[in-house]
Design a protein around this ligand. Structure first.
Ligand code: CA
Length: 231
């Protein structure tokens, strides 16, 4: 697949090389930068399809660079995955909203990285507007508002359908209850966060009949994620 180009910005060389190696093996073309200055120069030289950006860099934080790039019209739609260390994770998903499309906590496996990269690239290409999406054995058909598993229809209530639609179009990243309320119910509706758990349970129950309930994963202390990888 692929031929897509990824710019990896990471000052720790062993980590950068490990990431680059994993991505090249998966068919990506990889360029490397060790700080934000070098990343800027490479971005000006040629625009990659995705930026993997470490949070802690010697000259400027990755988050700050991400924010700058999102503000700049020429790079505002460049997909960015921010890499963080455990210690920085307390800053949380919310803090990343301004800059990154996704974030990953180190250490991660090359397989997990490739899955995330593909998920973010897919999101970018289709902008979430495709009529029919196949993912992990489920087919979402937006025209008919229907989800099928193989040739069986997955019987979903309207909220579970919207929730599953959101998950299928935004796989591999964690969403807090608040974010799910926003994206699935819409910002103006007053619903308690607990309601999200209720609908997650219903959704899992339906998916269980089709052997797909493991795709809706609970991430402790954070929220929920749609993924076929082991949690
Ligand atoms: Ca670093």
């Amino acid at each position: 697949m692929s031929g897509k180009q990824i710019l990896v910005v990471e000052d720790e060389r062993p980590i950068r090389e490990m990431i680059a190696y994993g991505l090249r093996r998966a068919g990506f073309e990889v360029r490397e930068a060790e700080d934000c200055r070098s990343a800027r120069a490479q971005l000006a030289d040629r625009r990659p399809d995705l930026l993997l950006l470490d949070w802690m860099l010697p000259d400027l934080s990755g988050l700050e660079l991400a924010k700058q790039l999102k503000r700049d019209r020429g790079t505002s739609d460049l997909p960015i995955i921010l890499l963080t260390a455990r210690a920085e994770e307390s800053d949380k998903v919310a803090g990343l909203e301004g800059g990154a499309d996704d974030y990953m906590t180190k250490p991660f496996s090359p397989r997990e990285l490739v899955a995330r990269v593909n998920a973010v690239l897919r999101r970018g290409i289709h902008g979430g507007s495709e009529d029919r999406i196949d993912l992990h054995g489920l087919t979402l058909d937006r025209a008919s508002h229907r989800v099928t598993a193989g040739d069986r229809v997955v019987p979903l209530g309207p909220t579970e359908y919207r929730m599953l639609e959101f998950f299928i179009t935004h796989p591999e990243r964690v969403y807090t209850r608040e974010q799910l309320l926003d994206r699935v119910w819409g910002g103006n509706v007053y619903v308690e966060e607990r309601t999200v758990d209720v609908h997650i349970r219903r959704l899992r129950k339906v998916l269980e009949e089709h052997g797909c309930d493991h795709l809706v994963q609970t991430v402790r202390g954070a929220g929920y994620r749609f993924s076929a990888l082991a949690p």
